[in-house]
Design a protein around this ligand. Structure first.
Ligand code: MRU
Length: 359
């Protein structure tokens, strides 16, 4: 597992973040568990390793998980390409299963696996080495397409933010959560590129601290003004007129517009409604799951109790306490001002205007 670890000091890094990269026949991913203290790539050579990288949050964020899974399928094909046909098929099926079991909520994982399976089926009469080459091309395309989509969403989203806007975001929906540019943070990057002077308020996003560790890091790297708050401060700031808009990403949107995102998003959306602040969700079409009619049917991952009892080696809670750790929650569509997609902005999302995106 993780055969290559290539540690580099943060200060030596260039500004643009390459969350996943293909190097010498291997997938390399930034280890997001150790950011921002260490900037380090880990290398992956088959589907099982990639599945473990997703499960353990080396890579996280819905679109990035989808890209990693696509590479996981390609790696499995490359690792098995010299096997006889039956053994190749068996190895591939095992790889698909391992990847599908890595995390349950972000639908981009299953979207990417479906896309890779369709690609495999189309080329299934070819010899395995040729199938492996085709699957690798497809994985590269999934990643490149993700950046193009994020840029399109960024342009649509930037037009919603006024010059000088102070924008709250929750969790990390940045370059680190995608193949590049980001969804919610892509909107901020595009707004800055368009000459708007915006400032970002990042909440820390307990328990995994994606806001404090990852969003704050991305914004600091690019000199986009960012202020860090703890999760319980956003209501106070809204009450004092210090937040003009909220932009978040999403892991899965149901057919009726209900939005699953990092735990705590619902709380922010309720507060935004209370204070008349627009609540926007940056949402590529690959994150919309038309097979699920309402948010209550979206599977919510429950993660380890250790994430709540303390952080890394430090434990603050008493032995014997019981713990809940749902990693996502669902914001009802009625609290969502608009979805920002690569096809445009969908105001007041509902069954009709969401299904129209796929026509
Ligand atoms: O548990 P994580 O870090 O994978 O959760 C990530 C989020 O909830 C993001 O907001 C979401 O995936 C959108 S990323 C563009």
């Amino acid at each position: 597992m993780n055969p290559k670890s290539d540690a580099t000091q943060l200060s030596q890094q260039k500004q643009s973040v390459e969350t996943l990269r293909w190097r010498e026949g291997r997938l390399e991913m930034i280890d997001q568990r150790v950011l921002p203290m260490h900037f380090e790539y880990l290398a992956y050579t088959n589907a099982k390793e990639v599945a473990e990288g997703i499960r353990s949050m080396v890579v996280r964020g819905a679109p990035a998980i989808g890209c990693a899974a696509a590479y996981g399928v390609a790696l499995e094909a490359l690792a098995s390409q010299h096997m006889a046909n039956d053994a190749f098929i068996q190895a591939m099926e095992r790889g698909f299963t391992e990847l599908a079991q890595s995390r349950p909520t972000a639908v981009n994982l299953f979207w990417a696996l479906q896309r890779m399976r369709a690609c495999w089926e189309k080329s299934s009469s070819a010899p395995p080495p040729q199938i492996a080459a085709i699957l690798l091309e497809e994985a590269h395309e999934v990643s490149q397409e993700d950046v193009r989509i994020n840029r399109a969403m960024g342009a649509f989203g930037a037009s919603l933010l006024n010059d000088g806007a102070r924008v709250l975001t929750h969790c990390n929906a940045g370059a680190l959560a995608t193949a590049g540019h980001g969804t919610a943070l892509g909107v901020f990057r595009s707004a800055v590129e368009a000459g708007k002077k915006i400032s970002v308020i990042a909440d820390e996003t307990r328990p995994f601290l994606q806001g404090a560790r990852l969003t704050a890091w991305e914004m600091v790297q690019e000199h986009i003004p960012v202020t860090l708050i703890t999760d319980n401060m956003s209501g106070h700031l809204m009450q004092h007129g210090e937040i003009d808009a909220v932009v978040v990403g999403t892991d899965r949107v149901a057919a009726n517009g209900d939005v699953a995102n990092k735990i705590g998003t619902y709380m922010v959306a309720v507060l935004a409604k209370r204070h008349g602040i627009p609540f926007y969700v940056a949402c590529p079409l690959s994150t919309i799951d038309l097979s699920i009619s309402q948010g209550k049917d979206i599977p919510i991952e429950e993660r380890s109790r250790d994430e709540v009892l303390g952080f890394r080696d430090y434990r603050w809670a008493p032995v014997g306490v019981s713990v809940r750790n749902p990693a996502f929650d669902v914001t009802p569509a009625e609290l969502v001002t608009a979805l920002i997609t690569e096809k445009g902005v969908v105001h007041h999302p509902n069954v009709q205007n969401i299904s129209a995106l796929f026509r």
